[in-house]
Design a protein around this ligand. Structure first.
Ligand code: SF4
Length: 243
């Protein structure tokens, strides 16, 4: 690494530490901790725990599902998309994040949460001691609504079976619902985010932590309280993952 690269790395670290400070992160999870959280009691990494046959079947199901999403025309959003965004990450993750729908960057790249809100989510995931490859990230709706508007109920209805199938295949130990659309779908409620955030609900027996969407944090950048609330929610998630 040359001097310039070292300086850039240090600046990047400084930015990250500033962000952690704003969140109110009072500790950092070490890599070994993160590895521990991703293991079951047997000590084996979860993604090694399926038999060859099971793994083959699941692989085929994932392929089928991804193909269906990429070619889907079930709702009018297919007309406006560059490409559908199925989701990405560890297909055996214990922790899953569910957002609303792809935005402009996601639509162009075909990956979830890669724009500004995505960068913020990545920092939150890292503050929890994980990296993006260790968790699974998806949206309720897989194609970008025009001008990033909120997906309509009919669009959620048409698209949500894909998310249902993803959750069924991943079987996460805990889901974080990012924002109103994900929370309403997973918890089948219309109560406000302020009422719901910070308390676990349940989706088919899986604990769901509703919290604010990263784009809401960006829209309220000056409000440190909101960042702290999100971090409090994530601490509860981390605690649950430790059990
Ligand atoms: S948003 Fe979902 S249901 Fe609508 S076209 Fe895209 S993948 Fe299909």
């Amino acid at each position: 690494m040359n001097d310039r690269e070292i300086v850039e790395k240090l600046e990047e670290l400084e930015c990250q530490l500033e962000f952690y400070q704003e969140l109110g992160v009072d500790f950092l999870v070490s890599q070994s901790n993160a590895e521990r959280l991703n293991k079951k009691e047997t000590g084996q990494l979860i993604h090694l725990e399926t038999t060859d046959n099971q793994a083959g079947d699941e692989e085929a199901e994932w392929e089928r599902l991804t193909r269906q999403i990429l070619g889907c025309r079930f709702c009018p959003l297919f007309k406006m998309r560059t490409q559908a965004v199925p989701g990405e990450g560890n297909r055996k993750a214990r922790l899953m994040f569910v957002g609303e729908a792809p935005g402009k960057d996601e639509d162009l790249q075909g990956r979830p949460f890669v724009g500004r809100a995505g960068q913020l989510l990545t920092k939150i995931i890292q503050a929890m001691g994980f990296d993006r490859q260790q968790v699974y990230i998806a949206n309720v709706v897989k194609c970008r609504p025009p001008e990033n508007r909120t997906p309509k109920p009919d669009e959620v209805k048409a698209c949500s079976p894909y998310l249902v199938k993803q959750i069924e295949l991943i079987k996460p130990k805990v889901i974080v619902a990012l924002g109103k659309v994900a929370t309403e779908f997973l918890l089948q409620t219309t109560r406000s985010m302020s009422e719901l955030r910070g308390n676990f609900g349940e989706y088919r027996g899986i604990p769901v932590m509703p919290t604010f969407h990263p784009s809401y944090l960006i829209r309220n950048e000056g409000n440190k309280e909101i960042k702290k609330m999100v971090w409090e929610d994530m601490k509860k998630v981390m605690k649950l993952l430790e059990t």
